[in-house]
Design a protein around this ligand. Sequence first.
Ligand SMILES: [Zn+2]
Length: 335
Amino acid sequence: MLAAKSKRFFKKALIKTSILRAASRFSPPAAAILAYHSVVENPDLTDYFLGASRSLADFEKHVEILALKFSPVTIAEVAAFAASGRPLPRHAVAVTFDDGFADNHDIALPVLARFGVPATFYIMFNSVETGTLPWYCRIRFAFHTTKIPQWTHPQSGRIYNLTLPGDRQDAMQSAWDRGAALTGRVQDEFIDQIERSLETDPTRAHADHGLMMTWDQVRALKNAGHTIGAHTLSHPNVSQVTPEEARHEIAGSKQKLEEKIAQPIEHFSYPHPALNPHWSPQTLQILKESGFQSAVLTTPGPVRPNDGPLVMKRLTVPAHPDQFTWNLQVALLGH
Ligand SMILES: [Zn+2]
């Protein structure tokens, strides 16, 4: 029974693969950009505040697959392809990381080095500068660990019953929605207020781990040949804040990172903590004026020659290596 089942599975997989091969001969050129956040030994231990971590074991397989079956390229190469159609090798894939978690340096870097795969690390300036978890992680931590039975939203006044999982999830989402539209000090105060009202201790979320990179670690990534990019100062949704705030977050993170890294910062990743859309014609204009050469979105999809370098789509990364390969193959067909 099992044998017959697995035979059917392999037959299906074979058919799928040969269809993909045939289709790839006729498909227009496309590139893929992978969006990682963090790579840890055991995601189960950190997922309640980091979210979207991949395990070291899966990441090693991903990078090996990239090195063997695809053409790893830099974000600048994909940007040139998106801007003017400059040719890329077949099956070109760029690896990116958002936020600036310490595991990018401690765990991902040695794997990338072993397989010779380049990556781009988009740094959320304030978190690395202060060693504090990004605010959206602090909210996740607060709502997952609080023992307080109910929470009143400070703006809407709605009362959430935190003993009900659905209500707890809604409360967390409403806090993310609010935080995504705030920047800087006002955002800090909002997050502090949540931690106070939920009686959670934010140091517990990062004291043991040293979760953000230090500037020396960011410079080590640069010195290893990887690209450093900007991811704003305080991680708002830049299309949901005022134009002045968006300009400060976008241009300010470029300038401050350049001072820390001592090289031009030309690549940007749009934070997308909550709310839609996460970019607009106005943010596009600000990116241009600030001198960025490329920007990546969280909108899923491949990059095609005339997409434009400031609105490049990315792929979220499935954990399982087979799914990883399949998603890339499908994306590179342009779907
Ligand atoms: Zn981010």
